[in-house]
Design a protein around this ligand. Structure first.
Ligand code: FAD
Length: 469
């Protein structure tokens, strides 16, 4: 006897979208959430949404199609995603954005993006806006919720998943959907499944959003699914942003008045580039990597721009480099201060003549209005020449997305070691693997995987459950 047709674990984008889809397909559904509140890490997300062929793009005069996104997605992921999964994602996300809008989400325009060839980033107004829509629809459809319950075991009988257990209490169902999110908050899983991040970030590893959000990102799908024979895949697939050691909440790109140099004092990337460029360039740079700026830049810096202005996300971001933060971090020793460039270089272990050479060139470029090395937008540049000078080490350490987890097929069924579906077990979003990868620094992929594979997991779970009744 089942208590519910479908149990969904987790209440972020994936879990709520799965619950809505399963109940829309006739299933009785309960969402079990480990935390005292609903919404997961998703509620804090910027929730920019990648999507192709939407009415919003048409209104903005952008010509695009799911097929174009599919081809680009495969290329950017170096063909490491099963084509059927990539097709489901890229053809499905436009419909998801329109479905959310039809249910009350205000899409606030289309942004150009770093790696997409056309403008595909739909502004949602922040994760909580999407959660609000999903929660309202879920409640209208009669989805039930259990909070404060961290599931620690999947029940399996005759090879079929038949429910869940938390602290010895069992709940039975015909199907279970894993929507438990990523593992950026779990240092042991990061070391095991993202060894290159562990190496690059060292003890600085944190989920994007900071320590406070680590509780949502513990990677429970890995032990839960492993224990019932699931194939865990996606080793070393990640999206990680750069941050200094003192900041927990960091912005993807750096303020224009700073330069980033490698251990040889060489500038190796446009400091105002986005996540994908920064991630690739820093990963391959000879570290340690340092951010360098001067007193005039520090004093002139007042944070602004799209991301900081997005006050409609639930959480305000810390401006990492404003003068009083810098001064406090100098006191605490996490920012190095020196009266001259030579002294600064010596303090951070770079040859003084190399750093001087880089800055001489940069300052000349700033005056000429043309970055002759990294093509940074000249309007962002200003000479770095007024002491005192500052330096702080930067690492790829804020984990935006973790790609390892139980592998799913295009129907969101969890596969076993022999690539066969485990009856009754489905997964989507950040906890699943096989949908996104290293190319997920491609703008706004994670939320797309949550919404599309959440919906597919919910539909598949409902269909599986109805086949049993
Ligand atoms: C600040 C920030 C900005 C971001 N910006 C973007 C962006 O612009 N575009 C984009 O695409 N992506 C972005 N991301 C990433 C994206 O938001 C996440 O990948 C996505 O929200 C993950 O959703 P999810 O449903 O898979 O997991 P989550 O939202 O993390 O939900 C998982 C839930 O499962 C619960 N859970 C875990 N284990 C158990 C268990 N054993 N039993 C019961 N419940 C459990 C957790 O408590 C949690 O509530 C951003 C993330 C952050 C934090």
């Amino acid at each position: 006897m089942s208590d519910f047709d479908v149990i969904v674990l987790g209440s972020g984008f994936t879990g709520l979208r799965a619950a809505v889809a399963a109940s829309a397909n006739g299933a009785s559904v309960v969402v079990v959430e480990a935390q005292p509140e609903l919404g997961g890490r998703s509620q804090y997300s910027f929730a920019h949404l990648m999507g192709a062929g939407t009415r919003f793009q048409k209104e903005a005069g952008v010509e695009d199609s799911p097929e174009a996104l599919f081809k680009q997605y495969m290329r950017l992921h170096e063909y490491q995603i099963d084509a059927a999964n990539a097709r489901a994602l890229t053809y499905g996300i436009g419909e998801e954005i329109e479905w959310l809008a039809d249910n009350g989400l205000v899409v606030k325009g289309i942004l150009p993006s770093e790696t997409n060839e056309v403008s595909r980033i739909h502004r949602s107004g922040g994760g909580w806006k999407i959660i609000e829509v999903l929660l309202r629809v879920a409640r209208e459809q009669g989805v039930e919720f259990i909070l404060n319950t961290r599931v620690d075991r999947l029940l399996i009988e005759d090879g079929r998943v038949v429910g869940v257990e938390a602290k010895g209490e069992q709940l039975r169902s015909k199907a279970v959907v894993l929507a438990t999110g990523g593992f950026g908050g779990n240092k042991e899983l990061v070391a095991e499944w993202l060894p290159s991040v562990a190496e690059l970030a060292g003890e600085w590893v944190l989920p994007v959003g900071g320590e406070e959000l680590a509780r949502f990102a513990q990677g429970d799908a890995i032990p839960l699914a492993s224990a019932v024979g699931a194939q865990i895949a996606g080793k070393d697939l990640w999206e990680v942003t750069l941050r200094p050691g003192y900041v927990q909440v960091s912005l993807p790109s750096l303020p224009g008045h700073m330069v980033l140099v490698d251990a040889n004092g060489r500038r190796f990337v446009d400091e105002c580039a986005g996540v994908a460029a920064m991630q690739g360039a820093v990963k391959h740079a000879q570290g340690p990597v340092h951010l360098i700026f001067d007193d005039a830049g520090k004093r002139a810096y007042t944070p602004s721009g799209d991301i900081l202005a997005a006050g409609d996300t639930k959480r305000r971001l810390h401006p990492d480099y404003v003068a009083d933060v810098v001064d406090a971090e100098v006191e605490r020793g996490s920012i190095v201060k020196a009266e001259t460039i030579d002294e600064l270089a010596a303090k951070i272990g770079i040859k003084p003549e190399a750093l001087r050479g880089t800055l001489d060139q940069y300052n000349q470029d700033a005056r000429d209005g043309y970055d002759s090395v990294q093509l940074k937008d000249p309007s962002e540049m200003r000479p770095i020449e007024v002491g005192p000078f500052y330096a702080t080490e930067m690492r790829l350490a804020s984990i935006g997305f973790t790609g390892a987890g139980p592998r799913v097929n295009a129907r969101a069924a969890v596969l076993d070691e022999h690539n066969m579906a485990i009856p009754g077990l489905f997964a989507g979003g950040e906890c699943a693997s096989g949908i996104a990868g290293y190319g997920s620094a491609m703008d706004a992929t994670p939320t797309a995987t949550c919404l599309v594979f959440g919906r597919i997991a919910g539909e598949s779970a409902a269909a599986f459950a109805s086949g049993l009744s």
